[in-house]
Design a protein around this ligand. Structure first.
Ligand SMILES: Nc1nc2c(ncn2[C@@H]2O[C@H](COP(=O)(O)OP(=O)(O)OP(=O)(O)O)[C@@H](O)[C@H]2O)c(=O)[nH]1
Ligand SMILES: [Mg+2]
Length: 241
């Protein structure tokens, strides 16, 4: 096959083009190598969605900063947190969008949350049944913004450290997750012993996204509209979870 590609390293970083002449590539291996070189750091946009007070800010803090914040205030609009990770030798930036749960703080931002999103994390509070029941509404909102079914989604039950107050049984959550084709993580942003588990939520998604080689081409195409793709290698699932 032959391919004309005008990828450039700044695409994944949202910058302007750095080269303008089309190149011809003659093999799949050459294409892969070229893509890896030309897109130096891919950025995966992961949004964190759910009711106010379920712990979205604390979870994203735990993943990107390692600690549990002493004090949080309701998120207004969105807070961005980024973490550079390395998966199978590729450096990737995980860009976490910590969204506002309160309607009044999110309504002007909703379109931005879902635009070009790569993965979605739905969070509920295991001690608050209402936050679990509201997941249906959050999923509807997500679907209403044309998020493709191929965009990975995970479900997170937070505040598991509050053992005596748990209202949402694990098997109920598991059934819901299964029905919506999501993995379930039950964890605590507060409990330091759960740090690894919180990390694995985002790393699992990053691994899945990395395995979707086609994501790279889709992004290039979306950003530039100039890619003529004649061949796409089949995605290899290297997700460890
Ligand atoms: N016990 C316990 N408390 C938590 C945990 N995670 C968050 N909290 C507390 O829950 C409250 C709300 O946490 P946030 O992270 O601000 O909640 P949020 O989902 O970001 O809320 P919005 O920004 O309004 O959407 C805070 O008082 C946190 O200290 C947890 O794992 N365990
Ligand atoms: Mg918040």
């Amino acid at each position: 096959f032959s391919l004309t590609v005008m990828a450039n390293e700044s695409l994944a970083n949202g910058g302007g083009p750095s080269q303008s002449k089309p190149r011809s590539l003659s093999s799949s291996a050459e294409l892969n190598a070229s893509m890896e070189r030309s897109v130096q750091t891919r950025i995966f946009k992961i949004i964190v969605i759910g009711d106010s007070n379920v712990g979205k800010t604390c979870l994203t803090f735990r993943f990107t900063g390692g600690s549990f914040p002493d004090k949080t205030e309701a998120t207004i609009g969105v807070d961005f947190r980024e973490k550079a990770v390395e998966i199978e030798g590729e450096k990737i930036k995980v860009q976490v969008w910590d969204t506002a749960g309160q309607e009044r703080f999110r309504k002007s931002m909703v379109e931005h949350y879902y635009r070009n999103v790569h993965a979605v994390v739905f969070v509920y509070d295991v001690t608050k049944m209402a936050s679990f029941e509201n997941l249906k509404t959050w999923i509807q909102e997500c679907n209403g913004h044309h998020v493709s079914p191929s965009v990975p989604r995970v479900l997170v039950g937070n505040k598991c450290d509050l053992v005596s107050q748990i209202q949402v049984p694990s098997n109920t959550a598991l059934k819901f997750a299964d029905a919506h084709n999501m993995l379930l993580f039950e964890t605590s942003a507060k409990d330091p012993k759960e740090t690894q588990n919180v990390e694995s939520i985002f790393m699992c998604l990053a691994c899945r996204l990395k395995a979707q080689k086609s994501l790279l081409y889709r992004d290039v195409e979306r950003e530039q509209g100039r890619l003529q793709l004649c061949h796409e290698p089949s995605p290899k699932n290297s997700c460890p979870c």
